[in-house]
Each structure stands twice: as structure tokens, then as C-alpha cells.
Design a protein around this ligand. Structure first.
Ligand SMILES: [Zn+2]
Length: 68
């Protein structure tokens, strides 16, 4: 058996990344929303971020450090 199971924590983290690919907190809906039309940007400090709009209310969403 060459396959080594990753730890549960690592697995859940990887799963979370896959499931919540591009989500951000919408202040209007007060809930996490999937970002509509996500755009990958780089902030002034060089860190990656994703911007887009809320699919429910159209508010601009912003997520720091998210990878598309
Ligand atoms: Zn919203």
C-alpha cells in the first residue's frame, strides 16, 4: 500500500477550498454568497484578491486571498 492518507484536517481543508471556491460574505444579505463574475485582482500590497457581485442583491463582493 503506497497510498498514505492525509490527515483529516488537511482533507477537510482541501474539501473546503473546493466547495467554497469563490465565496464571499455579502454585507447586504448577511450571508455567504458565491461570487458572480469573479475577477482575480492584485491589491496594492501585492496580495491576491477576488472581486465580483452578489448573485442575489448585486452588491459588490470582495474576498482577500482567494484563488480562482
Ligand atoms: Zn447579497
Amino acid at each position: 500500500m503506497g497510498y498514505k492518507l492525509t490527515s483529516r484536517k488537511t482533507f477537510l481543508k482541501a474539501l473546503g477550498v473546493l466547495c467554497t471556491m469563490v465565496q464571499a460574505y455579502c454585507v447586504k444579505c448577511r450571508a455567504k454568497r458565491e461570487i458572480k463574475d469573479p475577477k482575480k485582482i492584485t491589491m496594492k500590497n501585492g496580495k491576491p484578491a477576488v472581486t465580483g457581485t452578489c448573485p442575489v442583491c448585486g452588491t459588490k463582493l470582495f474576498r482577500i486571498g482567494a484563488a480562482l
